[in-house]
Design a protein around this ligand. Structure first.
Ligand SMILES: Cc1cc2nc3c(=O)[nH]c(=O)nc-3n(C[C@H](O)[C@H](O)[C@H](O)COP(=O)(O)OP(=O)(O)OC[C@H]3O[C@@H](n4cnc5c(N)ncnc54)[C@H](O)[C@@H]3O)c2cc1C
Length: 325
């Protein structure tokens, strides 16, 4: 019988949150196809971390271990996963969309004459199942179905699926020792990627005023800073603002920044790309100000103001100052 194989990643000595989200997606997919879920993880079969997978309902956990896998390399991970997939023949292989996965999973898919359907944000349980991806900054949803003869490879975008997964079911751990040759690993493992140290904890702020590219230039930032000050809020930003160096990286919200859930999140001149939404959609109340009424941010907003931020924001700041005296 075929299966849905989900790859879990260990980060900071635990299974990463996005891996559990991929597991949830794998269960949705497997339920629609009446297939079992199996897990692949690069770990020794005696690693106590595997205990956290028990009870999350996979059929078998394949614990892949080899001295050449102790440090990540794309060649090592690709070869090890390819051997497991050839052996277990899953119908679908599901990955969390992490830095590592985007490094090696496309090469892995190519070994099976397939492509990686990356950044999946939704699964339609049609026959065959359809995978949804966002295009053009979230303005369009693309629907992909698998028509190849090999396994279908997908990676799941952070925050797109809830991390809670069904409980129950006995799990069998099967140690896997791939045959790897040091000569076929072309790169030297380096320092793993680390997100920049956070000196501002956006999570402790009740109100966040978050600014996006709609602000146009750094010189205009005082407009939003004044609103933040009037509200007693912290300033946050979308990625382009931090990439431009207009605000420090630790103020970035999103999949490669902080995940926040304040009481109020004001998104000012932010379009609402999925990478931004995953970092803030858990906010209790979202207020969006955008001049484009079709901006995707309005889909998650509780209150929306369609207008020019250069008129709207100073007017709100003046109103807040008046109320606060
Ligand atoms: C691997 C990866 C990771 C990423 N991680 C993140 C992340 O962590 N965080 C993040 O934010 N992004 C992230 N991104 C980038 C993301 O895809 C978007 O490009 C980004 O969020 C867009 O930022 P924005 O909304 O500020 O800009 P834009 O998409 O350019 O939107 C600007 C918005 O401002 C509006 N606007 C323009 N002028 C005005 C005006 N005068 N008044 C009102 N509204 C106006 C426009 O209508 C538009 O909707 C990532 C991308 C990748 C590929």
């Amino acid at each position: 019988m075929s299966s849905v194989l989900v790859f879990l990643e260990i980060k900071n000595r635990e299974i990463s949150r996005i891996s559990w989200e991929a597991m949830a997606a794998a269960h949705i997919l497997a339920d629609s196809l009446s297939l079992p879920v199996d897990v692949a993880i690069i770990a020794n079969s005696n690693n106590p971390i595997l205990g956290t997978i028990h009870g999350k309902a996979p059929r078998t956990v394949y614990a892949i271990d080899h001295s050449l896998l102790h440090d990540y390399t794309a060649d090592g991970f690709t070869a090890a996963c390819a051997q497991l997939i050839k052996h277990t023949k899953p119908a679908y292989v599901v990955f969390p969309h992490t830095y590592q996965v985007r490094d090696f999973a496309p090469a892995l898919a190519t070994r099976f004459n397939e492509v990686l359907i990356s950044d999946v944000t939704g699964i339609e349980p049609s026959t065959p199942p359809a995978f949804l991806r966002q295009l053009l900054q979230g303005k369009l949803n693309a629907r992909h179905t698998h028509s190849g003869t090999g396994p279908c490879f997908v990676s799941i975008q952070a925050g797109a699926f809830r991390a809670d997964v069904p409980h129950g079911g006995a799990t069998m751990v099967e140690p896997v020792e791939p045959s790897l040759d040091a000569g076929s690993i072309r790169t030297q493992p380096g320092e793993p990627f680390r997100a920049s140290a956070q000196t501002v904890d956006l999570n402790s702020a009740a109100i966040l005023v978050s600014v996006g590219r709609g602000i146009k230039e750094e010189a205009n930032l005082p407009i939003v800073q004044e609103l933040a000050t009037a509200l007693g809020a912290e300033l946050a930003a979308s990625r382009p603002i931090c990439d431009n160096g207009w605000l420090p990286m630790e103020r970035q919200v999103g999949s490669s920044g902080q995940t926040v859930a304040p009481k109020v999140y004001l998104a000012i001149g932010i379009s609402g790309a999925i990478q931004h939404l995953v970092g803030m959609k858990g906010s209790q109340c979202i207020v969006a100000i955008n001049k484009d009424e079709n901006a995707p941010i309005f889909e998650v907003a509780d209150y929306g103001i369609v207008g020019d931020l250069f008129e709207v924001v100073p007017a709100i700041t003046a109103a807040v100052r008046k109320v606060k005296g």
